[in-house]
Design a protein. Structure first.
Length: 95
């Protein structure tokens, strides 16, 4: 159950950023302020690796119908630009 909840949070955060409703930094700040967590979803995704996050999202899309394409599209663009997160020195943040 915890994995499904995290997947929903991650996907919705990506969707909001893909639609330019808020920046990853704004979303992380809101998340940390409201839930009092040390890291926001985009910081967490950068640690995991955006290529890994995209692969997980692709798997969910294969097994569940109706998931939006925008989150995967945003990740695909970043991966194309070799912005994979901590492991490449840049993702949603610079390291």
């Amino acid at each position: 159950m915890q994995t499904r909840i995290w997947a929903a949070i991650k996907r919705e955060a990506l969707f909001v950023a893909a639609e330019n409703v808020a920046s990853p930094q704004e979303i992380d700040e809101i998340f940390k302020d409201v839930l009092k967590t040390p890291k926001g979803p985009f910081e967490q995704m950068d640690i995991v690796g955006l290529d890994v996050v995209r692969d997980i999202e692709a798997h969910y899309a294969e097994t569940r119908t109706g998931l939006p394409q925008e989150p995967r599209g945003l990740l695909d663009t970043m991966i194309k630009d070799k912005r994979l997160g901590v492991k490449t020195g840049e993702g949603f943040y610079k390291y």
